[in-house]
Ligand binder design. Sequence first.
Ligand code: AP5
Length: 189
Amino acid sequence: MAKRVIITGVPGVGKTTVIEESMKRLAGENIPYRAINFGSCMFETAKSEGFAEDRDQMRNLDRDVQKDLQKLAARRIGAMEGNIIIDTHASVKTPAGYLPGLPAWVLTEIHPDTVVLVETDEDQILMRRMGDESRRRDAEGCRSIAEHQAFNRAFAASYAMMTGCTVHIVRNENFLLDHAIDALVAVLR
Ligand code: AP5
């Protein structure tokens, strides 16, 4: 039976890196997965409607606009078939507070089997963000990143209560990317 696995993690934790490497491993085992970036699906609409010029502007949009973008993206992804990985966020830090990445209207479209939280120590995340000049990351310190990771566990638990999905934590530590790939591939197989 086809699997739908949602992969989350605070910006800069390396979730996209872990997903890309895991997909290569799975392709070698003839296990087909399609990886969908939820933010890219939202951004296609945001850009065409003139709401945002780059993906980092989206979390500062009016929250009702963000919710409408979420709904449209969820509907498109929900209609897809086969094994799917959805690269997204358990929560998004906005000026109005933490916005749930997977509210009821997203979960009912997607019906996830598992929600994965990619985590590592907050000082490692801070250093990765500082090293990435291609993005406009929010300036925040280690304590704030730690709070966001803690909130994400609470959000993931509520998503499991709503849908019956499982929650899995994958650690993506410096110099140990292979361990993170092993852990994610074991969930996806
Ligand atoms: P999104 O596309 O998810 O962007 P992001 O949050 O900035 O995440 P990235 O993909 O840039 O970072 P990453 O954590 O995957 O790290 P990466 O692999 O690049 O979301 C964009 C926007 O869309 C959001 O801001 C939001 O507005 C919106 N959005 C998305 N989903 C939403 C939802 N459900 N509801 C509402 N809005 C939503 O790696 C980072 C760096 O770390 C790299 O330099 C990499 O080389 C390095 N690295 C990775 N692993 C390791 C390791 N093990 N050791 C050392 N370095 C490592």
